[in-house]
Design a protein around this ligand. Structure first.
Ligand SMILES: [Zn+2]
Length: 124
């Protein structure tokens, strides 16, 4: 194929075939500085998204740990349900009694996430 012999490749952003700069020895993935910028932005966005997922995992894990600690060190469920409750206030006592402290914290977290994201997506 011609693309192999002539060293042309498709741009990772705009898909146009381009001739990579020989000095870059095959590392070049985009046809122009504009596309390179675009690719960089895209990779950063991806990185941030993954990192965000990570920090969310850590956040929830810490929250669970803390809740279990408090629960076992005979703090009342009412005390747990009062701390940092986001709207709507959940029947934490019922949830904890029915499912246990961990599911209760997870439910609380998910509700919080849903509310936050709903808010973000509504505002432009
Ligand atoms: Zn391009």
């Amino acid at each position: 194929m011609a693309k192999k012999s002539r060293g042309k490749r498709p741009c990772a952003i705009c898909r146009k075939w381009f001739q990579p700069d020989v000095r870059q020895k095959g590392r070049q993935r985009t046809c122009s500085p504009a596309c390179r910028k675009n690719l960089h932005r895209r990779q950063c966005a991806e990185y941030n998204r993954e990192n965000k997922a990570d920090s969310k995992n850590n956040y929830l894990a810490k929250k669970l740990e803390k809740a279990v600690d408090q629960h076992t060190s005979n703090a009342t469920v009412a005390a747990i349900s009062l701390q940092k409750q986001t709207k709507p206030v959940l029947p934490m006592e019922v949830i904890v009694n029915e499912y246990g402290i961990k599911p209760a914290v997870i439910v609380q977290y998910l509700i919080g996430q849903t509310i936050t994201h709903g808010r973000i997506h509504k505002s432009p």
